[in-house]
Design a protein around this ligand. Sequence first.
Ligand code: MLT
Length: 255
Amino acid sequence: MAYERTGRGKQTPVVLLHGFCEDSRMWAEWMPFLPDRPYVCIDLPGFGQSDPVVPVSMEYMADAVAAVLDQLKLGPCLLVGHSMGGYVALAFAERYPDRLAGLCMFHSHPFADTAERKEARLKSVSFIEQNGHILYVRQMIPQLFAYDYSKGYPAEVNRLIYHASQYAPEAITAALHAMRNRPDRAGVLRDLSCPVLLLIGKLDTAVPFQQSLEMTELPRQASVEIFPTVGHMGMFTAVRETARAFRDFLLHFGL
Ligand code: MLT
């Protein structure tokens, strides 16, 4: 497991978990807008510099995150999960509720895949097996930016594609199976005793807005921020606004 530890201070550490076909480098543009405090950016198994694990599961990834925190001897943390990173964060919350001081679901949700989505995962696996993962990420990553991309983020898109082209194809297909197999964790989000921040892009094509709205009813104590002109990649396309929301959340809940 690869990770980078940055920042200083005695505050609760913030642990950042990237999404599918991304790695810890995705946070580089967002982090300068966050307050100085301890941060850990983790590469989930198979992404960035972390070795692939095949097969893998959200639970395995959550245990891998816990292992990194053990290695660093960190107490309760604030987890920020982008999309698939949010699925991992909820698996972590289920297994280690006492180790969670706060949770930020960044363009993510707690629900299981729909039948349609499960089918699409298998199609993606076959596509990668037949055509290779480079063609796959070249098609998939611009879609994550869908709306925002049209506004012009070619440098960010190309950088993410370049990074993703370096992952092992088996790592990508293992993550697709893992997302397909993950259970519904709406109950985990509902039962969490720590504060939750929900960052929602109204134009998100990967997490439908309706699903995001359903999620907002779940947590006991939450800040909800809806960005009307943002898609799935607000850490690039609304860097100041999303960072401001995160800072407000820290202040509001005294984290
Ligand atoms: C991600 O960005 O991690 C993915 O879009 C999540 C998913 O496919 O469910």
